[in-house]
Write a protein that binds this ligand. Structure first.
Ligand SMILES: [Zn+2]
Length: 227
C-alpha cells in the first residue's frame, strides 16, 4: 500500500475569483512561504501567483542557488552607484557617457530612468549627454518634483561652465510624463536654452523602452520645439 507521505501534496489551497480566472491564494502551508511570496509580489509586474511559483522554485533548488541570488542582490544594493553628473547607474563616480570626449556636451536629453538611456543608446541616433530624473511627477503615487533630480538639472544647466545649449525632453507621452515636461520647461524657461521634445512617433501612453529602435531614433531626430 502506498504510504500517505508519498501522496503528492498540493502546498496551497486555491480558488478562482470567477472574474479574471486568476487563482487567488487563500492559504499558505507556511508563514515563511507567505512572507517570501509577499516580498516577491512587491516587484513590478509580478502577481501573487507568479511570486508563489518563483518562491516554490527556490525551495526546490539547492541552498547554493538561493545564497547566490541573495548575495548578488546584496552586492547590487550595497555597491551600485549613480553618476554624480547625470544620475545614470554607473560603476564609477562619473559614467562612461559623461566622461567621453566623443559625446556632444551641448545637447542634453532628459529621461525618466536608466532603461530609457539604454533604449536611446540602442538607436545610435543620439550623441549628446543625459540627465536621469529617477521617475516622473505623479501625485497619485506620491511623487513630487523634489523626489526627482529636477533641481540638480537646473543647477547643472545654469552652472557658469555649462556648455548645454539644447534640452531634449524625452519623457513618456503619458499624463505624468507631460506634467513633468511642463514643469521642467517652466523651471528652465528663463535660461537661454533651446527646449525641444521628442516627436510623437512614440505611441501615446506608451513607455520609451517599448518603442522600437527605428521609431525612437526617428522621434529623436524629428524632435520639435517644446510648446
Ligand atoms: Zn553620467
Amino acid at each position: 500500500m502506498r504510504a500517505l507521505t508519498q501522496k503528492s501534496f498540493n502546498p496551497v489551497a486555491v480558488c478562482c475569483d470567477g472574474i479574471s480566472n486568476d487563482l487567488i491564494i487563500v492559504e499558505y502551508p507556511s508563514k515563511l512561504i507567505e512572507d517570501a511570496v509577499n516580498e516577491v509580489a512587491k516587484l513590478p509586474g509580478i502577481g501573487k501567483k507568479t511570486a508563489l511559483r518563483l518562491v516554490l522554485h527556490l525551495v526546490k533548488e539547492g541552498q547554493h542557488k538561493t545564497t547566490a541570488l541573495t548575495e548578488a542582490l546584496n552586492q547590487l544594493r550595497s555597491q551600485i552607484r549613480f553618476c554624480n553628473t547625470c544620475h545614470n547607474i554607473s560603476d564609477e563616480e562619473e559614467c562612461g557617457i559623461c566622461k567621453s570626449h566623443r559625446r556632444d556636451k551641448t545637447v542634453l536629453c532628459v529621461v525618466e530612468d536608466t532603461q530609457d538611456v539604454m533604449a536611446i543608446e540602442n538607436t545610435s541616433q543620439f550623441t549628446g549627454v543625459y540627465h536621469v530624473l529617477g521617475g516622473v511627477i505623479s501625485p497619485m503615487n506620491g511623487v513630487g518634483p523634489s523626489d526627482l533630480k529636477i533641481d540638480s538639472l537646473v543647477t547643472r544647466v545654469s552652472a557658469p561652465d555649462s556648455q548645454i545649449k539644447e534640452i531634449i525632453l524625452a519623457l513618456s507621452p503619458t499624463m505624468e510624463g507631460d506634467t513633468t515636461s511642463f514643469y521642467i520647461n517652466r523651471k528652465l524657461s528663463a535660461l537661454p536654452l533651446k527646449i525641444t521634445s521628442i516627436a510623437r512617433g512614440v505611441p501615446v501612453g506608451g513607455d520609451l523602452e517599448y518603442a522600437d529602435e527605428i521609431t525612437l531614433g526617428r522621434s529623436i531626430l524629428g524632435r520639435t520645439l517644446f510648446n
